[in-house]
Design a protein around this ligand. Structure first.
Ligand SMILES: Cc1cc2nc3c(=O)[nH]c(=O)nc-3n(C[C@H](O)[C@H](O)[C@H](O)COP(=O)(O)OP(=O)(O)OC[C@H]3O[C@@H](n4cnc5c(N)ncnc54)[C@H](O)[C@@H]3O)c2cc1C
Length: 316
């Protein structure tokens, strides 16, 4: 089969690898400049930040086998077994060089086209699908897997004449406002370099230096969903200044020497579809992502695996 996958986040890349290893021809299209989607690692000068997902955990045996292979290949490592008093013994894994390194590893030898904004996915007159980019370039395929956040995938399905169930169509996402701060010394974030829900503003504070991702002090501050929603329309400079003020207790008396402000409109699905993917009747348009198998790295992987299985069953 020829399969087009929209999205080079975890779901799309995992599905691509599965299908490729089963002998199918796969093209992955992503509007971003790089791969990974919400697995994002950014630089400010020498400083390196994970500014989307911060770490991941494993519950599912199929995912554990994949993670064991990543450990063998030195793609991921164990950061810690919990934060503060929440030491529960379960490993928190991180990408060896930041979370994006996982996506980069998965994209190896896969035909991934970045900077490729998908504009429409329509039924082809001769059967299958034609996916069109904003440039006008087209890709014909037997099946298509949509892994963008649900409101975006819904747009493609709608114009293709494919109806999503109401419960799926209406899944919305929490927003996250974030601050990336380079410091001139060590932060006050305690070992192993993270705080979860420390106050009314932040849901997570990650010290990328303590975590072993950044060679210099660099801290990621994620505002919680309530704070992010309340300040979503606050002018950029004002919201950034508020986050910098809220970050002050965690700076350990150091100075912020450079910073960036980040907005995730589709950070976390507010609820999940009860199955690991959704497909049209013919099984040739499959929708996947973390809105299906859990709003986290593991959920995205499990949904991508499920989508690949679905496409292959449609072919049988
Ligand atoms: C701030 C934040 C913190 C998080 N922290 C954690 C954490 O600590 N642990 C954890 O397990 N999970 C965490 N998560 C969740 C985790 O990052 C996601 O569950 C997972 O990465 C989702 O993967 P995905 O493939 O489903 O979607 P995505 O990674 O969003 O991939 C979808 C891709 O589709 C692309 N796309 C969208 N529209 C188009 C288009 N029209 N054309 C082409 N491409 C398109 C996007 O560019 C994107 O690359 C966090 C998420 C955020 C935002």
């Amino acid at each position: 089969m020829n399969v087009v996958i929209v999205g080079a986040g975890l779901s799309g890349l995992i599905a691509a690898r599965e299908l490729r290893s089963a002998g199918h021809s796969v093209v992955v299209l992503d509007k971003g400049r790089g791969v990974g989607g919400r697995l994002a690692t950014r630089r400010i000068g020498e400083a390196v930040f994970d500014h989307g997902a911060q770490f991941f955990t494993v519950r599912d045996p199929r995912f554990q086998r994949i993670v064991d292979e990543w450990l063998d290949r030195d793609v991921v490592r164990v950061w810690c077994h919990g934060f503060g008093s929440e030491q529960d013994g379960y490993p928190r894994y991180v990408g060896r060089h930041g979370m994006t390194s996982i996506a980069k590893h998965l994209a190896t030898d896969i035909d991934v086209r970045t900077s490729s904004l998908v504009f429409s996915v329509l039924p082809a007159p001769e059967g299958g699908w034609v996916t069109t980019l904003d440039t006008g370039d087209t890709h014909h395929s037997d099946a298509v897997i949509l892994t963008a956040p649900i409101p975006q995938s819904f747009g493609f399905a709608f114009t293709a004449g494919v109806e999503f169930p109401e419960e799926l169509r209406t899944i919305d996402y929490e927003r996250t406002l974030g601050l990336l701060a380079v410091l001139d010394g060590s932060s006050a974030v305690p070992a192993p370099g993270a705080l979860q829900n420390p106050d009314d503003v932040f849901s997570f504070i990650g010290d990328n230096h303590a975590k072993g991702v950044s060679p210099v002090p660099a801290v990621t501050f994620h505002a919680n969903p309530a704070w992010s929603a309340a300040h979503w329309d606050t002018p950029h400079d004002e919201a950034k200044a508020l986050l910098i003020a809220a970050a002050s207790p965690y700076l350990g008396g150091t100075r912020i020497t450079a910073s960036d402000f980040k907005r995730w409109r589709f950070a976390t699905p507010q609820r999940n579809w009860p199955e690991r993917h959704w497909a049209n009747v013919a099984g040739t348009m499959v929708v996947a992502g973390d809105a299906f198998a859990g709003p986290r790295v593991e959920g995205a992987v499990l949904s991508g695996l499920s989508a690949a299985d679905a496409v292959q069953s449609a072919n049988d």
